[in-house]
Design a protein around this ligand. Structure first.
Ligand code: B12
Length: 351
C-alpha cells in the first residue's frame, strides 16, 4: 500500500507543475546569471521543459512510493544532459533548487517525504557515470547477429537487415531467439546511442520502423501454432508511444497457442475495456515505458476491477519502470509482472 500522504503530494506536484517549473527556472537563472550567455536564448526554454520533466517523474515516483524510480531518472538525466554539453553540476544545482521550491510550496508535514527523494538522488549523483558502456555483450547468445543487424540498420540498409534475419530463421534460429537476443538488445542499444547523442532522432525512428517491418515478415511463422483456448488483450497504456516490448510479449503468447488481440501504442481506457469484454479475455497485458505513465496504469487497473463483467480478468504488467522497481506491479494493483517476454507466458499461465 502506498501511504495516503504520497498520493496527496503527488497530486499537488501535478496540479502545480507549471508554476513550480517556472519558479525553479527563474531561481536558477537568478542564482547563475552566466547561464543566459552559456546556453543562449533557447536555453531557458529547455531548462523549463526539463524542470517539467523532472517534476512529472518525481510525482510518479512519489505516488509509487519509490526512491529507486526517481534516482534512476536522475542517473539517466546525467548521461543525457552531459552528452549535450550540460554538466552534472548544473543538474545538481537545478535539483537542489527544485527541492527548495517544492518544499516551500508543500505543507510542512509533507516536506521531509519529498525532500528525501531529492536527497537520495543528489547523494548518488557525483559518483554516477557520465558514460554508458555498450549494451551488447560478446558472450550473449546471437551476439554477432545482433551487432550485424544494428550496424546494417544504422547504415540505413533495411533490406540487408531483413535478409540477415530471414536467413538466420531459415537456418534454424528460432523466432523467439531473434526477438529476445537480436531485436530487444539492438533497440536498447539504439536508446543508449540516442541518450549519448551519438545517433539522431531520425535514426532512432528509422531503426524502430525497420525492426517492426522485419517482425511482420516473421508472422507466417508466428501465427501457425494450434490454439489452446486462452485469450489475451495486450496494449500500451494511454499516452505511451513505446510499443515494441508489448508487441513482442503478444507474439510470444501467440506462439504458445493463445488467441491474442494486440492494440499497440497509446490505447484509451474505454477501448481497452471494450476489447476485454468483446474478446472475453482471460488476461490483460499492459505495458508502460515512461515512469510518468505509472498512474495511468493504476487508473486503468482500477477501471477494469470496477467493471462488473471483467472481474475474472487477470492483469499482467511490464516495461521499463517495473524493471527498476520490483514491487511496483503490486502497488499499481496488478496480478503479476514479468521482466521480459521469456517469463511472461509462464507467469500468465500460472494465474
Ligand atoms: C524506439 C524508442 C522510442 C520510439 C518508440 C516507437 C515505437 N513505435 O515503439 C519513440 C521515438 C516514439 C520514443 C519516444 C520517446 N522516448 Co523512447 N525509446 C525507444 C527505445 C530506443 C527502444 C524501445 C524498444 O523498442 N525497446 C525494446 C523492447 C523489446 O524492450 P522493452 O520495451 O523493455 O520490452 C521488454 C520488457 O520491458 C518487457 N515488457 C514491456 N512491456 C511489457 C508488458 C508486459 C505485460 C510484460 C509482462 C512485460 C513487458 O518485455 C519486453 C520484451 O522482452 C528505448 C530504449 C530502451 N532501452 O528500450 C527508448 C527509451 C525508452 N525512450 C526514452 C525517451 C526519453 C523517450 C522520449 C521522452 C524522448 C525521445 N527519445 O524521443 C519519448 C517519450 C514518448 C512517450 N510519450 O511515450 C528513454 C527513457 C528513459 C527514462 N529513464 O525514462 C529510453 C530508455 C532511451 C534512452 N536510453 O534514453 N522512443
Amino acid at each position: 500500500m502506498v501511504p495516503e500522504m504520497n498520493e496527496a503530494i503527488s497530486r499537488i506536484l501535478d496540479s502545480d507543475r507549471a508554476v513550480l517549473a517556472e519558479a525553479v527556472t527563474t531561481r536558477q537563472y537568478e542564482a547563475q546569471p552566466e547561464l543566459a550567455a552559456r546556453y543562449g536564448a533557447s536555453g531557458r526554454a529547455r531548462c523549463l521543459q526539463d524542470a517539467n520533466y523532472h517534476l512529472s517523474y518525481l510525482a510518479n515516483a512519489v505516488a509509487a512510493s519509490s526512491h529507486a524510480l526517481f534516482s534512476d531518472y536522475i542517473e539517466w538525466a546525467k548521461v543525457m544532459l552531459e552528452a549535450r554539453g550540460i554538466p552534472a553540476a548544473d543538474l545538481s544545482r537545478n535539483l537542489s533548487i527544485m527541492s527548495e521550491v517544492v518544499g516551500e510550496r508543500l505543507p510542512a508535514e509533507m516536506r521531509p517525504v519529498v525532500q528525501k527523494y531529492f536527497a537520495v538522488g543528489l547523494d548518488r549523483l557525483p559518483a554516477l557515470p557520465s558514460d554508458l558502456p555498450p549494451l551488447f555483450e560478446d558472450a550473449a547468445p546471437h551476439g554477432d547477429l545482433a551487432k550485424q543487424f544494428l550496424r546494417l540498420l544504422l547504415n540505413g540498409e533495411r533490406h540487408l537487415a531483413s535478409r540477415l534475419i530471414l536467413d538466420a530463421v531459415e537456418s534454424g534460429v528460432e523466432v523467439k531467439e531473434i526477438y529476445l537476443h537480436v531485436f530487444q538488445p539492438s533497440q536498447r542499444e539504439i536508446g543508449r546511442l540516442w541518450q549519448m547523442n551519438r545517433v539522431s532522432v531520425a535514426q532512432e525512428h528509422f531503426c524502430t520502423a525497420a525492426t517492426q517491418l522485419i517482425m511482420a515478415q516473421l508472422y507466417p511463422r508466428i501465427f501457425r501454432t494450434e490454439k489452446n483456448g486462452r485469450r489475451i488483450v495486450a496494449t500500451s497504456i494511454g499516452g505511451e508511444l513505446h510499443e515494441i516490448g508489448v508487441r513482442i510479449i503478444t507474439d510470444f503468447f501467440e506462439m504458445e497457442g493463445w488467441d491474442t488481440y494486440y492494440l499497440g501504442a497509446n490505447s484509451p481506457t474505454n477501448a481497452i475495456l471494450q476489447a476485454l469484454s468483446d474478446r472475453k479475455a482471460d488476461v490483460l497485458a499492459v505495458s508502460a515505458t515512461m515512469t510518468f505513465h505509472i498512474r495511468a496504469v493504476e487508473n486503468l487497473i482500477a477501471a477494469v476491477r470496477a467493471s462488473g463483467d471483467l472481474k475474472a480478468v487477470k492483469i499482467l504488467v511490464g516495461g521499463y519502470p517495473f524493471n527498476i522497481e520490483p514491487e511496483l506491479w503490486k502497488r499499481v494493483g496488478a496480478d503479476a509482472y514479468a521482466a521480459d517476454a521469456s517469463d511472461a507466458v509462464a507467469m500468465a499461465s500460472s494465474l
